[in-house]
Ligand binder design. Structure first.
Ligand SMILES: [Zn+2]
Length: 311
C-alpha cells in the first residue's frame, strides 16, 4: 500500500510539473508572437508591421508613395477553413518577390513601398475577388478579406498624406502567371481586344477606362504613350525584362493575358496603378533572379513615377 501510495504521489508531482512546463511554454510562445492589431488599431509608422485577425494578413508600412499588394502567394492553410472551389493556384514566390522589390527600393532611394500580404493559401481565400467568391461564406476568410483591403486603403491614405507627395501615389497588385510566354503581363484594365486598337483610338476612347486614368492629369504624356510607348513601364523595362503592352509588343493579341482583376479595379479608383503578372523563369524562380529583376523594376518604376510627379 505504502509503495502504491508513493508511486501515485510521484505521478501527481510529475503531472503537476508537466502542466507547469506546458503553461510556461505557452506563455513564452505568445510573448514572442507579433500581435494582431488589425487595420483600425495599426499605427503605420515607416517599418511598422501590423497584422489582421489570426495574422492571415500582414501590412508592412513604408515611406515611399507606392502600395504593393500580394494576394496569391500565401501558404497558410488552416483545416478549420474549408477549401474553396474555383481557381486556387498559388502565385509561387510572389511574397518573396515583393520583399525583394522593397529591398531594392531601400537600396536605391532609402525609402520603401508599403506592402500588404495575404498569407492565407488561395485554397482558403482569394483576396483578388469580390467577397462572395473570395471567401465563399467562411467567417474567418471574410475577416481576412476585409483586413486585406482595409490595409490597402490604410496604406494608400498613409502614402498620400506624407509630406512631399502632393497627395499622389501609385498602386501595384503583384501576381505570378503560369502562361508559356516568359514576359510580364502589365494589366491596365484594358482587354486584349482593346489593346489591339491603334494609339489614336485608345487615346480617344479608352483613357478613362484604364487603371492609369487618375494619373493622366499629372502629365502631358499621352495615354497611349504611358501605356506602351518608350516612356511607359513596359518601355522603360526594355528588352532585359520583356513585357506586354510595351513598344515591342503593343498587344498580347490572341495569347493568354491578364488585364487586371478585382483589386486593380477597386483600388485604382483611389490611386492610379496596375496589375503586374510576373513570369516565373528569370523573375521569381530564385533569390538571385528576384533581386536582379527587382533592381530593373525599381529603375523603370522610378522613371515612370517621376514623370507623373510621384516621388
Ligand atoms: Zn494571382
Amino acid at each position: 500500500m505504502l509503495y502504491l501510495f508513493s508511486v501515485s504521489r510521484t505521478a501527481r508531482w510529475i503531472t503537476a510539473i508537466a502542466f507547469a512546463v506546458a503553461v510556461w511554454s505557452c506563455a513564452q510562445k505568445s510573448a514572442t508572437e507579433p500581435t494582431s492589431s488589425g487595420p483600425a488599431a495599426c499605427t503605420p509608422t515607416p517599418g511598422a508591421v501590423c497584422y489582421g485577425e489570426q495574422q492571415y494578413v500582414e501590412f508592412v508600412a513604408g515611406d515611399f508613395p507606392l502600395v504593393i499588394s500580394v494576394p496569391h502567394g500565401g501558404a497558410t492553410a488552416p483545416t478549420k477553413i474549408p477549401d474553396r472551389t474555383g481557381i486556387t493556384v498559388t502565385d509561387s514566390n510572389t511574397i518573396d518577390l515583393a520583399r525583394a522589390i522593397s529591398l531594392a527600393f531601400a537600396s536605391r532611394v532609402g525609402r520603401r513601398p508599403h506592402l500588404v500580404i495575404c498569407h492565407l493559401r488561395r485554397t482558403k481565400l482569394d483576396a483578388n475577388r469580390d467577397v462572395v467568391e473570395a471567401a465563399q461564406g467562411n467567417a474567418e476568410s471574410v475577416q481576412a478579406w476585409t483586413d486585406y483591403h482595409a490595409f490597402i486603403e490604410l496604406a494608400m491614405n498613409t502614402a498620400t498624406s506624407m509630406s512631399g507627395t502632393n497627395g499622389r501615389g501609385f498602386y501595384i497588385d503583384l501576381h505570378g502567371h503560369g502562361h508559356p510566354i516568359q514576359r510580364l503581363e502589365l494589366g491596365y484594365l484594358l482587354t486584349s481586344g482593346q489593346l489591339d486598337l491603334s494609339d489614336a483610338q485608345l487615346n480617344a476612347s479608352y483613357s478613362t477606362a484604364s487603371s492609369l486614368r487618375l494619373a493622366l492629369p499629372f502629365t502631358n504624356v499621352s495615354f497611349a504613350e504611358l501605356l506602351r510607348g518608350p516612356l511607359s513601364l513596359g518601355g522603360r523595362l526594355g528588352s532585359a525584362t520583356p513585357s506586354v503592352p510595351s513598344p515591342v509588343v503593343a498587344s498580347p493579341g490572341a495569347e493568354p493575358y491578364f488585364e487586371g482583376g478585382y483589386s486593380t479595379e477597386r483600388h485604382t479608383a483611389r490611386l492610379p496603378g496596375l496589375q503586374i503578372e510576373s513570369n516565373f523563369t528569370g523573375v521569381r524562380d530564385t533569390a538571385a533572379n528576384r533581386a536582379a529583376f527587382s533592381d530593373r523594376l525599381v529603375t523603370a518604376l522610378l522613371g515612370f513615377l517621376e514623370q507623373l510627379g510621384i516621388k
